[in-house]
Design a protein around this ligand. Structure first.
Ligand SMILES: [Fe+2]
Length: 335
């Protein structure tokens, strides 16, 4: 699949990734991990729900955990995006239903008008334009703790049909900023897609899916990423570090990954870059190039590539493309 022409004439305006809704078996344990460990702000916590947000966020939530009694790894209930206005949502409602995507308005706590549907690869998504607002913690510096997280930036989804996802989101005006191709071909192994002014709102990478590989929060300073690791270690949570700090070639992000008590993976990162101009050409990476995932040369462990959170009730399908990335285990075996 070649690079698609950006779609500049869509009848509604998706502005950014907004929120992620996941399940947790123990909301107190989850709160400890995210609030005491990583420094999130709690905006709601009762028997059924835990809502969290980061330092610069004025909306009620960017991360929601709903209590589950189901034994086993946590699942993902939905991915939320923002549109610019309620009029955009109404035009999107017409657009989706006219082309056969069943979209319906639903009621969500703390959110305004919300439109729900399933994307082209089976991911449950929703759009809203407004959310309850309150003053953020940006200048309450004494509350900045853990990873000093600023805002939810992007998600990555393990996807059985990366080309199909690219086409579906390109139709909605998402633009490609970087991509990984199966070596020497035009087959897309991974696509980095964005609506806001940086490299990504959503990433699709080849693998059994759809499953949520991770959600990612931005922090302005690399030192905060190291501090987060120190804080988690001092709390006895060092074993939740899923991937040690490093720098992605793709997107230039300095990263660290943790897995929460229900197995959901969070990335804390810094240092990616602006993509605004319409003539910004997508950057290509070959799948075999290990600098893609780790600019310093050491690829990610196999479990980082393979483990992800399933979407509730959504069957996981085998990937259409047979192409495995180079893992740390492969790399060490070649020494
Ligand atoms: Fe990421």
């Amino acid at each position: 699949m070649s690079i698609l022409e950006p779609n500049l004439s869509i009848p509604f305006n998706i502005t950014r990734l907004s929120h992620v809704v996941l399940t947790s078996r123990d909301l107190d344990k989850t709160r400890y991990f995210y609030e005491t460990g990583l420094g999130f702000e709690v905006t709601q916590h009762d028997d059924s729900m835990l809502c969290l947000r980061a330092i610069e966020e004025t909306g009620h939530h960017s991360l929601v955990f709903e209590k589950t009694e189901v034994v086993g790894p946590g699942v993902v209930r939905r991915i939320g995006y923002r549109m610019f206005s309620d009029d955009d949502l109404k035009r999107a409602h017409e657009f989706f239903n006219a082309r056969g995507d069943k979209a319906e308005f639903v009621t969500r706590p703390y959110q305004g008008l919300t439109l729900q549907l399933t994307d082209g690869v089976g991911v449950p998504i929703e759009f809203c334009a407004t959310m309850d607002q309150s003053e953020n913690r940006m200048q309450r510096f004494h509350t900045h703790a853990g990873g000093k997280l600023a805002f939810l930036d992007h998600i990555q989804i393990a996807c059985h049909d990366v080309a199909g996802a690219y086409q579906w989101y390109n139709d909605l005006g998402f633009r490609l900023t970087e991509y990984t191709a199966k070596d020497g071909t035009n087959e897309m192994w991974g696509v980095w897609l964005k609506r806001k002014n940086n490299t990504q709102d959503v990433v699709f990478g080849n693998g059994p899916g759809p499953r949520l590989h991770h959600f990612a929060y931005h922090t302005p300073e690399i030192s905060s990423i190291i501090h987060a690791a120190d804080v988690m270690a001092s709390l006895g949570l060092a074993d939740t570090m899923d991937r040690a700090p490093g720098r992605h070639g793709i997107g230039n992000a300095f990263f660290i990954y943790f897995c929460d008590p229900d197995g959901h993976r969070i990335e804390i990162f810094s240092s990616h870059y602006n993509v605004i101009d319409i003539d910004h050409a997508p950057k290509r990476w070959e799948l075999s190039d290990t600098r893609r995932s780790q600019l310093w040369g050491f690829p990610a462990p196999k479990k980082w590539f393979m483990e992800a959170s399933e979407f509730e009730g959504v069957p996981v399908q085998a990937p259409l493309m047979d192409a495995a990335p180079v893992t740390l285990e492969d790399f060490l075996a070649s020494w």
